[in-house]
Design a protein around this ligand. Structure first.
Ligand SMILES: [Zn+2]
Length: 304
């Protein structure tokens, strides 16, 4: 099979959100991993056309998790792709067939920008959705994909391995990284991040030993161990930093600004082109990442 990246040009910005297109060698069928948001639907359809894929050819749509930047266009896409079955984690399933709760909770985070960013989320008919669990396999473009339970960024998160090439479609569990950069930013938005579970998922990915990582934000990378090591270290480091500042009584805005300064310095130290920090921000900005980490710290303390 062939693997292609469709750049969804989110908010007219390149290399922020990807959809991955799998094409059967004989051209008879195709599969998609990640739909992107509804605001990118026309771009996704244009991407299919560019690769000579008819709407009837797409048989499977795989979702890593149901956040709107990854799966928001699912309901619209179910109407456009008559033969496609949608694959999702069991905890994501109810939100895919009825996105009303998801939209409500996203509105709390994004407020008035909801529509401009994500557009409308429509339900996917129940008989078009299949639940995937750890090690579950599904046909895809003349081959198979294997699901791996990888919580951390979200409780309900799957990564999908294509065993022939060793490509792992990682959603958000392998962080945010842009082409040409080595820097990996951990996407830690509220409400569900769980750093302990995330570190276990990184270990799980090491055991799977993929040949390449394909984060939705954005592209594909072959320095798997280095990438995962950097992500794990930065997750732990950022958590300690945020927790320490909370203990010192710092407020959210202050912590967010400090985390940004810290992150920018880390990017520079890695020789990164900070011209791309805007694209990193679009996939995960500091106020949101700070909120998620602070919430995790608070929740973990309440449990003790
Ligand atoms: Zn995302």
């Amino acid at each position: 099979m062939n693997i292609e990246i469709i750049d969804l040009d989110f908010m007219d910005e390149e290399q922020v959100i990807a959809s991955f297109l799998l094409l059967a060698d004989d051209g008879s069928s195709a599969a998609i991993i990640e739909t992107g948001p509804t605001t990118c639907l026309e771009r996704l359809k244009a991407g299919l056309k560019d690769h000579g894929v008819s709407h009837e050819d797409v048989r499977q749509v795989f979702l890593t998790h149901i956040h709107l930047d990854h799966a928001g266009a699912s309901g619209h896409l179910a109407e456009v792709l008559p033969n496609a079955t949608f694959y999702v984690h069991e905890v994501g399933y109810p939100h895919l067939v009825d996105p009303s709760k998801l939209v409500k909770s996203a509105t709390r985070i994004y407020g008035e920008s909801m529509n401009e960013l994500w557009g409308e989320a429509r339900p996917v008919p129940e008989d078009r959705v299949v639940i995937m669990k750890e090690s579950g396999e599904a046909e895809a473009a003349g081959g198979v994909l294997v699901a791996h339970d990888t919580p951390g960024h979200a409780y309900h998160h799957l990564a999908y391995l294509e065993p022939d090439s060793g490509a792992l479609f990682a959603g958000d569990v392998a962080g945010i990284r842009l082409p040409g950069q080595s820097y990996v930013r951990p996407p830690t938005p509220p409400p569900e991040i769980d750093v302990e579970a995330w570190v276990r998922s990184i270990e799980h990915i090491r055991e799977i030993a993929p040949a390449s990582l394909w984060p939705t934000h954005f592209g594909s990378y072959e320095d798997v161990n280095r990438h995962l090591g950097e992500l794990e270290q930065r997750l732990q480091d950022w958590l300690l930093f945020v927790e320490g500042r909370m203990d010192e009584g710092a407020e959210r805005e202050e912590i967010s600004e400090e985390l940004k300064a810290k992150g920018d310095a880390e990017m520079l130290a890695e020789g990164a082109d900070t011209g791309q920090s805007g694209q990193y921000d679009m996939a995960g900005n500091y106020p949101m990442l700070t909120d998620g980490l602070m919430r995790y710290v608070t929740r973990r303390r309440e449990k003790r």
